[in-house]
Design a protein around this ligand. Structure first.
Ligand SMILES: Cc1cc2nc3c(=O)[nH]c(=O)nc-3n(C[C@H](O)[C@H](O)[C@H](O)COP(=O)(O)OP(=O)(O)OC[C@H]3O[C@@H](n4cnc5c(N)ncnc54)[C@H](O)[C@@H]3O)c2cc1C
Length: 447
């Protein structure tokens, strides 16, 4: 979604997410520029009897942010407000995009310890759905949070952390926007670091056989696998110690090569293949095998966020589940069996990542060393049968859906998957008894 930029105004302006899988027509849009204005907008919504939702960048595939009530556009509520370069504690306004945050942190000699694939999300939007990157010793973005400032349903502002209102903190770090509007986030950042990126095609069987060893041996390990192809693209990103001898490591990728690799090959060329596949679906398995066979090796170094993040210009739909690490082999084997039998072919690769267990109530990695399996389909191609089959496979191993990616689970099933589900609902009932921050998506997932 293009981030909205209007002042408070009435009128039938439509909200649409990036993937085009959700739309809404808010009764009112507000663009607060201060915490007092966020509080006032929430109070006004209550007086008018309307629900209210904070908007991020619209990069959730689910209708998590959708509202027919008051839409809070936080694109005017950005920037770092406090930073301690000694401790790494940094407080930022919730509408700051990860891209802007990374740039500001870089200027301070700091960085986020881990990031996902893209950087256009807002900080609060990314946290609220449990956005994660990869790394067996690292958790999702929410594990990097030290404190949150929230505007609650009555318009009051509260701060929560491990020592102050710890239950609210355990719930609100991945809170789906259900508990209040996050006004500011205090992150524990790390000194800026350089990553050595190594990407190479490897037979998928080999990656699966060595999965645990690869997860253990690399700071950030993931792989992509085109489901008709034999090869996976194995990606390993490892931190270079400060002052690593320049001669011993591959160089930073020159600008022209970055453009060629990321914009031309991964976006323009791949986008062309996808369009051909959409026009002639019978060609898709062959195009998919071609993409798999065309994978090539590359190795380079760069600042962490320039390695973690890549442009994603080809539109797609996605579902992603966190499964117990030990179940990954079963899930991939079942997917391999299922994909050739689907009524419609699959154009996009499967992505597999890892994360450490954490203690955040609705984190997909709550108390579980996790493997993330993400499936995608090119926008405009049929995907329902694929996603349904995937859900039935991950259901066998107690898979937990990413809150921002397509899934069909409701409260009953989610309650069985999250040991602290009822506690989350209790905290929600305490801080938002009238479900002021509710919407149909929350009604489905929380009952
Ligand atoms: C191309 C693409 C790549 C992606 N890559 C990854 C990835 O690598 N890893 C991963 O885990 N996910 C990934 N995602 C998913 C994405 O990170 C999440 O869906 C994320 O929530 C999107 O952030 P957003 O700012 O767009 O928030 P939105 O989608 O706009 O909102 C998400 C939720 O946050 C709530 N919210 C927003 N701001 C506030 C606030 N201030 N206070 C309270 N609640 C708030 C909204 O109400 C909504 O419930 C990707 C998505 C896309 C489209």
């Amino acid at each position: 979604m293009e981030r909205t930029a209007s002042t408070a105004a009435a009128g039938p302006r439509v909200w649409r997410n990036w993937a085009g899988t959700a739309t809404a027509t808010p009764a009112r849009w507000c663009r607060p520029g201060s915490q007092a204005e966020i509080s006032a907008a929430v109070k006004d919504a209550a007086s008018a009897g309307r629900p209210v939702r904070a908007l991020g960048s619209g990069h959730s595939f689910t209708a998590a942010a959708a509202t027919s009530g008051v839409a809070l556009d936080l694109s005017g509520w950005t920037g770092i407000t406090a930073a301690d370069t000694r401790t790494g504690l940094v407080t930022a306004r919730s509408g700051t995009t990860l891209r802007a945050l990374n740039a500001e942190l870089g200027g301070l000699g700091l960085a986020m310890a881990n990031l996902g694939d893209i950087d256009v999300q807002t900080l609060a939007g990314a946290l609220s759905t449990g956005t994660h990157g990869t790394g067996a010793r690292l958790g999702g973005l929410a594990t990097q949070v030290e404190a949150l400032e929230l505007v609650l349903a009555d318009g009051s502002a509260v701060t929560c952390s491990a020592s102050s209102r710890p239950e609210l903190f355990a719930a609100a770090r991945v809170g789906l926007g259900a508990l209040g509007v996050i006004a500011t986030v205090t992150l524990r950042c790390v000194p800026s670091f350089t990553l050595l990126a190594d990407e190479r095609p490897v037979p998928v069987e080999e990656v699966l056989e060595q999965f645990d060893a690869l997860a253990a041996a690399n700071d950030h390990f993931e792989f992509y696998w085109f489901p008709y192809g034999r090869k996976a693209l194995l990606k390993r990103n490892n931190r270079l110690p400060p002052g690593a001898a320049a001669a011993a490591v591959p160089p930073v990728m020159p600008r022209w090569r970055r453009f060629w690799e990321f914009e031309v090959m991964e976006n323009a060329a791949f986008g062309t293949l996808c369009r051909i596949g959409r026009a002639k679906p019978q060609l898709i398995p062959g195009l998919n095998r071609f993409s798999s066979a065309a994978l090539s090796a590359r190795s380079y170094t760069d600042l962490s966020h320039r390695v973690f993040v890549t442009p994603r210009r080809v539109r797609f739909v996605e579902s992603e589940y966190a499964v117990p690490r030990e179940s990954l082999g079963h899930v991939i084997a079942e997917l391999r069996r299922a994909v050739p039998r689907l009524p419609d072919p699959v154009m996009f690769p499967v992505e597999v990542r890892v994360a450490a267990a954490d203690d955040i109530w609705l984190s997909t990695a709550y108390q579980r060393e996790s493997a993330y399996v993400a499936i995608h389909q090119y926008a405009g191609l049929p995907y329902q049968a694929y996603f349904d089959r995937f859900e039935s496979i991950v259901a066998e191993v107690a898979g937990r859906p990413h809150w921002g990616k397509l899934h069909s689970l409701g409260a009953e099933r989610l309650r069985a998957l999250y040991p602290r589900f009822d506690e989350f609902r209790r905290v929600r009932a305490e801080v938002d008894p009238e479900a002021r921050f509710g919407n149909p998506y929350l009604a489905r997932v929380f009952g």
